[in-house]
Design a binder for this molecule. Structure first.
Ligand code: FAD
Length: 433
């Protein structure tokens, strides 16, 4: 195997694989190094893989709308041969609960109207008609189970927003492997079971990486797409001082609870960003309801070392299930709530960093904050365009690349994703982004 490449990508998750695909498509000789044995087996493997277009910022929503097309047209995006087996995108639609704290969804409606994202307003009556097992009650603010007011209802929600163009991907790891194959068809190389242990620099420029085999790979471009390890790789490269926005590994849990008896949630359920109960939910195989968490003022955030954390679910998954039982009163809670525990690579404002660094040739696609699985196809395109822009001598920090997003009439000012940006106060500061 060669040890000279145009670029090395650290991490074969959905983001690193999508970057490898775009760089290879544009003719670069690229190597993607993944310490695990397959693509997508890091935090991507446990992603809930929800594809939605509502975000708290206009740029975030435009980016998601741009990506939506590729999930709908997955085979076309991959330029896949007819007989190739592919991950499936299942469109079920996504609800968004509206109440005082989120100004009854006014910001989302404004954004949706600006960039033509279709949505409907559902009353509690319509909600019950569409999803008979639902209680459209209003439960905010979130409480701990010890709180004697846990489960107390404060009337009903006035309405929810329904975004029909939303769904989820059945197997996020397999979707990543689809991208890996697509990248390999364009001559990208993937190396598995090998860890990058050091970044080599010379005269203010990155010149390659060192592998845990002791081998050296030379490349004038290195991209950090290492997911929850992003801050460790940035430290290795010595680029954290030049960043205004940091990243950290946040441990989260997702519960999988059987649907109320007699109702097929797997085929008739919806997805919901349900901040009213501090969570999100979607259909899960085996007629289950998958229940995630929204960051809030009562549950402590669990920042961890990505090389040393508890991979078992705890009482946190149970708490999420109990909160969801407010929404689905017929849902039984098993003694042992099942689910998964994994990590977000959370940025300070829950918006990703797709950027260069202060070390020439070293780039980063990090801080994906629990909400960038859906954005991987266009993140790959943006990173490839950014690398071309910077390597052509442009000063991206002073004159940021304006990236024309495909499939939506919107030029994304990439300073939105800059490591040097001020905290974006428009963000939800949660997994909603
Ligand atoms: C529980 C959960 C639910 C989520 N739900 C959604 C959702 O519904 N919708 C959505 O859009 N997003 C969601 N996300 C977020 C989304 O999954 C992530 O943003 C995305 O998968 C991140 O991809 P990545 O490639 O950056 O990271 P990863 O998949 O973690 O990939 C990084 C890779 O780098 C490798 N690596 C690290 N260090 C090294 C090294 N030194 N050398 C070589 N390899 C290295 C790791 O092994 C890993 O495979 C969720 C995330 C989680 C954890």
């Amino acid at each position: 195997m060669s040890n000279e490449y145009d670029a090395v990508i650290i991490g074969g998750g959905i983001i690193g694989s999508a970057i490898a695909y775009e760089m290879a498509k544009s003719g670069k000789n690229v190597l993607c190094v993944e310490k695990n044995l397959t693509a997508g087996s890091g935090s991507t493997s446990n992603s809930c893989a929800i594809i939605r277009t509502h975000y708290s910022t206009l740029s975030g929503a435009a980016l998601a709308k741009s990506n939506y097309y590729y999930w709908e047209n997955w085979s076309e995006y991959l330029e896949a041969p007819n007989n190739e087996e592919l991950a499936l995108y299942r469109e079920v639609g996504c609800l968004f609960t509206c109440f005082e704290k989120n100004q009854y969804g006014a910001k989302l409606e404004e954004i949706a109207n600006k960039i033509d994202i279709p949505y409907e307003v559902w009353t509690p009556e319509k909600m019950k008609k569409k999803l008979p097992i639902i209680n459209p009650g209003h439960f905010h603010p979130p409480k701990t189970v010890e709180d004697s007011n846990f489960g107390s209802q404060n009337g009903e929600m006035r309405y929810v927003l329904f975004f029909p163009r939303a769904g989820y991907v059945n197997d996020p790891m397999f979707a990543t492997q689809n991208i890996q194959r697509a990248a390999e068809r364009k001559s990208a190389t993937f190396m598995f079971g090998t860890k990058i242990t050091d970044i080599i620099k010379n005269n203010g420029r990155v010149t390659g990486v060192i592998l845990d085999t002791g081998e050296q790979i030379n490349a004038p471009i290195v991209v950090n797409a290492s997911g929850p390890h992003s801050y460790k790789i940035n430290e290795l490269a010595g680029v954290t001082k030049g960043m205004n926005i940091g990243t950290k590994a946040l441990r989260v849990e997702v519960a999988h609870v059987p649907s109320p008896e007699g109702f097929n949630f797997e085929t008739n359920g919806y997805i919901c960003s349900d901040d009213d109960i501090s969570g999100y939910w979607r259909p899960e195989v085996g007629n289950k309801i998958l229940i995630g968490h929204h960051e809030n003022e009562v549950d402590p955030s669990e920042w961890v070392d990505p090389d040393d954390y508890n991979t078992e679910v705890t009482d946190q998954a149970r708490l999420q299930a109990l909160r969801a039982a407010q929404r689905f009163p017929g849902m039984g809670i098993p003694n042992n709530v099942q689910g998964i525990a994994d990590l977000y690579d959370a940025s300070d404002d829950w918006i990703p960093i797709y950027d260069k660094s202060d070390l020439q040739g070293f780039y980063m696609a990090v801080g994906t904050s629990g909400n960038q699985f859906k954005n991987a196809p266009v993140a790959g395109m943006m990173m490839n365009a950014l690398i071309d822009y910077v390597e052509a001598g442009n000063d991206h920090d002073k004159k940021p690349l304006q990236f024309k997003l495909p499939n939506v009439d919107y030029d994304l000012d990439m300073s939105f994703c800059s490591r040097k940006r001020e905290i974006n106060r428009e963000s939800s500061f949660s997994v909603v982004g």
